[in-house]
Design a protein around this ligand. Structure first.
Ligand code: PGA
Ligand code: ZN
Length: 400
């Protein structure tokens, strides 16, 4: 069996050099799982609360660990996650921290898989998966909250929709990332990288569209399958609630203009995916845009839904979006995360399993994407904390 016998929490580094929570869960019969919490920069207003790491660890040790050790089976994920909720006692993990909660929740799942001798994706429900694999959305140009003095739109994504395998999709995104560097170089534009490894040049959004379009077309010709462009607008970060406008530097767009602008981009660049095109409180705006272009592109809610079943239900009722971004640390446990995926799928919303801008070498989301048969995974294109997940996806595909 998988009775939890020990839970340890420690402070480790994330990809931005900030502290984050690592959890080790040990079970009887030698099961061991280790997981780390990621962290956002363009965080949604309605996300579960990430506490300062030292506070989260102290609160976890005081409240969560005693409820888990010698009382809960790691293999019973719902019991683990209910114990975390009971230890916290709030509805947003503001007592023990969503960072501590998600690290323990994921570490328990890994410990349970370890006892079974099964890969994590199988333990999480992927035993009957078919041949399909999640298509990786690769961030190749970006700015917003992830890089200073770069594009207003947060992420320009390479989406290899025609790739015959996860492996070829992953390499296609890396090739697009390299092609973007060449195109920037040809234009004499210097660029560093943002938090997720995307190029972060000081260019306007229209030039970024040109370059993303050209780079994906070039690589698609080389590899012989279709590669499209997607976006994470991160609309809540652009939105000025006082003046009720979206600010792109000196340029502003009101809500109607923003909807027109995005709908125009979908047609002009044949966008396959648009995340957070509007503010995180604007269900109506999301619904109007989905009504206009939802038959030919995915309109995905990230800050809008925050992996929260109640917020997703509100969106479904309003007809807002047709896709949901899934980030385990937005809600704090794997059970709540899978509930959001299942609610989405039941209602025809495509789930996209996602990393955060602050990441670690943890690979749980690669397994989660396969386990839930998600059509997409968003986890960058290059950079060690991103390639950890991408390489794991390649291994899972090969049953390695
Ligand atoms: P975050 O950004 O992790 O900084 O919130 C990622 C996203 O908005 O999708
Ligand atoms: Zn987002």
């Amino acid at each position: 069996m998988t009775l939890i016998t020990d839970v340890r929490l420690r402070r480790v580094l994330d990809s931005r050099g900030n502290a984050t929570v690592e959890a080790d869960v040990t079970t009887e019969n030698g099961g061991f799982g280790r997981a780390k919490a990621p962290s956002g920069a363009s965080t949604g207003e309605y996300e579960a609360i990430e506490l300062p790491v030292s506070e989260a660890i102290a609160a976890g040790r005081e409240h969560a660990v005693p409820r888990l050790v010698d009382s809960v089976y790691a293999g019973d994920q719902r019991e683990v996650d209910e114990a975390l909720h009971a230890a916290d006692g709030t509805d947003d993990f503001s007592e023990i921290g969503a960072n501590t909660a998600v690290a323990i929740s994921m570490a328990a799942a890994k410990a349970a898989a370890d006892v079974l001798g099964a890969p994590l994706f199988q333990h999480l429900g992927g035993a009957f998966r078919g041949d399909s694999f999640p298509v990786p959305l690769g961030n190749v140009i970006g700015g917003g909250e992830h890089a200073a003095d770069a594009t207003h739109i947060q992420e320009f994504l390479s989406v290899p929709v025609g790739a015959p395998s996860a492996e070829e999709a992953v390499f296609a995104n890396a090739a697009v990332h390299a092609a973007v560097a060449d195109l920037l170089d040809e234009r004499g534009v210097a660029a560093g990288k943002g938090d997720e490894g995307a190029w972060a040049p000081s260019i306007d959004d229209s030039e970024a569209f040109e370059i993303a379009d050209e780079a994906t077309t070039l690589v698609a010709d080389e590899v012989g399958f279709d590669i499209r462009v997607g976006l994470d607008v991160a609309g809540a970060e652009l939105y000025d609630a006082d003046d009720e406008v979206y600010r792109y530097g000196d340029e502003t767009r009101d809500k109607a203009e923003q909807i027109d602008y995005i709908a125009g981009l979908v047609d002009e660049y044949d966008l396959v995916y648009v995340e957070d095109p509007l503010d995180e409180n604007d269900y109506d705006g999301f619904a109007a845009l989905t009504d206009r272009v939802g038959n030919r592109t995915l309109i995905c809610g990230d800050d809008l839904f925050v992996t929260n079943v109640e917020r997703l239900t509100e969106g479904i009722d309003a007809g807002a979006a047709n896709s949901i971004l899934i980030k385990p640390n937005q809600i704090g446990t794997l059970s709540d995360t899978v509930d959001a995926v299942e609610q989405a799928v039941r209602n025809g919303y495509e789930p996209v399993i996602s990393h955060r801008s602050g990441e670690t070498e943890d690979t749980t989301i690669a397994h989660l994407a396969v386990a839930t048969d998600a059509p997409y995974i968003k986890t960058g294109a290059v950079g060690g904390e991103r390639t950890a997940k991408l390489n794991e996806l390649i291994r899972i595909e090969q049953n390695a």
